[in-house]
Design a protein. Sequence first.
Length: 287
Amino acid sequence: MHVNRRNFFKVLSVTGAALALGNEMKAAPKPKSSIEFSGILYDSTRCVGCQTCESSCSETNNLPAPDGTPAPGVVRKTDEKHRTVVNAFNTSKGEAFAKKQCMHCNEPACTAACLTKAMYKTKEGAVIWRGEKCMGCRYCMVSCPFDAPKFEYHSANPKIEKCTMCYSRIMEGKVPACAQNCPADALLFGTRRNLIKEARKRIVENPDKYVDHIYGEHEAGGTGFLYLSAVPFEELGFNTSLQPKSYPELSKGFLYSVPTIFVLWPAILLGIREATKNNQLNDEEHE
């Protein structure tokens, strides 16, 4: 099939204009919210492993009571019935505790992977699951670097369960249940910016008490849950090999290119068809 040179370049020019328009649309800045992300600072040096945070979470969300107690050597995981757990570890500075739940990433991999926006990052900072939008693909579970979303495999009407940072309470002007009820003040709720300031202040004022690292400040692009510890975080079972960039950031170029191809491909095919059709008509007239 022979394509007329002039018509083919005409197609290319139209396609280029469409691509430029697509790039302009992608580059359009999103309106910024005046609301800052909220978060929770967890200070492992203050935690006594009482599990009040677990009980408060269960009661608030109508879930079963905590299953088991913190014990060194036993790593309890969150599941569809328990949105948060506290584990105990034997560390270089004695026994220490670490709370685990959804980290509420600044740029969550789960929301980027969700095709229906059922997993949603709110402007207040909490990452929530919206059941009415979910199609059950569970891509959120596969994509999460912290293994937070859990699926109710044994339910007739399964849901995705994970910590929501008590989003409904936040919207009512209340503090998340775990932070509200912690008797040891190991959990502090506030804006993420102020929590980082407070964490740095504690480190500077007590350099012998803390490692100089705020876990969650940069990991995976930054998270809503932030941690302080007296020992390196790998001693508390944390993944310390996570990159500082968010996971959606790594795939942003690819994710943008896919919609562009799908949107423009019909137009490209139509243009090529028109070019070849015009060329065929010209050949027939010449003959």
